[in-house]
Design a protein around this ligand. Structure first.
Ligand SMILES: Cc1ncc(COP(=O)(O)O)c(C=O)c1O
Length: 447
């Protein structure tokens, strides 16, 4: 009975998997906000290096991972797949629960899987500096680490709510050599405008993206995004490719694949390779996204063209959105506080390829604490959403007697999230309800 299912370094994936050519219809393209025509590579060139733009629109099923990137991946990949025997026993369930543990990366989450190639392609094109936003601080830490690997400068706008909740995430980014600002900040015109209207704004990922995009104007600077875009989802498929091999080693195939969704990258990275197998008739898992009830883009958002940021600097993306003006309540899963969702996932949700559910944070932290007490790993607040859904299904199996195989991504550890656990354990954490009127208001400003 294995607990850790490990792959040798020689099994590190050589290619990323692009799901787009396997879909029954291509996703709707991003549009230029002025013309409403599809954006071309030239429109994106001020923000991203050409190789990432090519990946963004690629129709190739597989894309080679450069050796320089694999070399950095080897610092922590392949990551372990863990059979959660102790959690299963605590739940009294016949289900077999597997977690793909991405918290073993240098910064503690799945985010370096894309930060490293993004830094690499920028450095190869001669870019000197990257700007970005960060919600939970995990993405900012990942990009700071990746920039240190490829000798790039890095400037990060960190959502104010997280900046205040997680001072050591800021320290980690600075340790890797990055410069960090709380967002909204007075340093950019978009930040200054938000502060003028609301000096106490808790910030949001949409606002921090505006600030980072605005700051990427100089010729030697580009912008990096930690989720949402096709190339980010593509890079994360190393998670699912490894998990597929690991489950094969123990002779299991999943009945349920469940992941938390902020912009959707860890969820996509986990399930895309399994979807490829499903489309070829080799397995038939149910696939489920879990989002916070305070920021429910799939379950209560509208599938429409919207800006990716608050100020309206980005192209229009067709996605499940709560409106680019929507400011989510300051829940502790800062990485899930995004008004939109990956356009590729939104398209797939619209096609009925997976289902989605929303959970309140106390139920999620309860699952996180149970996981920590049984399996010994403190999960980041974001993946506690996926764990809560996995626990829910495992409890159902305890009632029905079904020995289902449940697979989830434990996409980050929560060692720097102890303030959130303190709040939960002291009973002072609240669930935030989201009235329909707030959604109506935010959706009324869709472009
Ligand atoms: C640990 C962790 N999980 C999940 C997310 C959400 O991002 P995504 O949905 O792209 O995986 C974040 C984002 O910051 C994160 O830090």
């Amino acid at each position: 009975m294995n607990t850790k299912i490990l792959l040798d370094e020689s099994k590190l994936p050589r290619r990323w998997y692009n799901v787009v050519p396997d879909l029954p219809a291509p996703p709707p393209p991003p549009l230029h906000p002025a013309t409403r025509e599809p954006v071309g590579p030239d429109d994106l060139a001020p923000l991203f290096p050409m190789e990432l733009i090519a990946q963004e629109v690629s129709g190739e099923r597989y894309i080679e991972i450069p050796e320089e990137v694999r070399e950095v991946y080897r610092l922590w990949r392949p990551t372990p797949l863990i059979r959660a025997h102790r959690l299963e026993r605590a739940l009294g369930t016949p289900a077999r629960i597997y977690v793909k543990y991405e918290g073993v990366s240098p910064v503690g989450s799945h985010k370096p899987n894309t930060a490293v190639p993004q830094a690499y392609y920028n450095a190869r094109q001669g870019v000197r500096r990257l700007t970005t936003e960060t919600g939970a601080g995990q993405w900012g830490s990942a990009l700071a680490f990746a920039c240190a690997q490829f000798a790039l400068d890095c400037e990060i706008w960190m959502v104010r709510a997280s900046y205040d909740q997680k001072p050591y995430r800021r320290s980690m980014m600075e340790l890797f050599g990055a410069q960090v600002h709380a967002s909204p900040s007075p340093l950019t015109s978009s930040g200054a405008k938000i502060l003028a209207d609301d000096p106490d704004s808790p910030g949001s990922l949409g606002m921090a993206i505006s600030e980072a995009v605005e700051s990427a104007a100089p010729e030697d600077t580009r912008y990096a995004l930690g989720s949402v875009l096709n190339h980010v989802l593509l890079h994360q498929t190393v998670i699912g490719e490894e998990a597929l091999e690991q489950l094969a080693l123990v002779g299991d195939t999943p009945d349920l694949i469940v992941g938390c969704t902020g912009g959707g990258s860890n969820f996509a990275g986990l399930f895309f390779p399994f979807l490829r197998e499903k489309l070829q008739g080799r397995m038939d898992p149910v696939i489920r996204a879990v989002e916070p009830a305070a920021c429910p883009s799939f379950t209560r958002g509208r599938y429409a063209y919207d800006f990716g940021d608050t100020a309206g600097f980005t192209p229009l993306l067709k996605m499940h959105t709560l409106g680019h003006d929507f400011v989510p309540d300051p829940i502790h899963a800062g990485g899930l506080r995004y008004h939109g969702m990956a356009p590729l996932l939104s398209h797939m949700y619209d096609l009925g390829i997976f289902d989605a559910t929303a959970k309140h944070q106390r139920e999620c932290f309860e699952a996180g604490v149970l996981f920590a007490r049984t399996e010994g790993i403190v999960p980041a607040p974001e993946p506690t959403h996926a764990l809560a859904a996995a626990v829910e299904e495992a409890r159902r199996c305890a009632e029905t007697g079904e020995p289902k195989v449940i697979l989830t991504a434990l996409c980050g550890h929560g060692h720097l999230d102890m303030a959130a656990y303190d709040r939960f354990l002291s009973g002072s954490m609240e669930d935030h309800t989201l009235p329909e009127t707030r959604l109506d208001e935010a959706l009324s400003t869709l472009p």
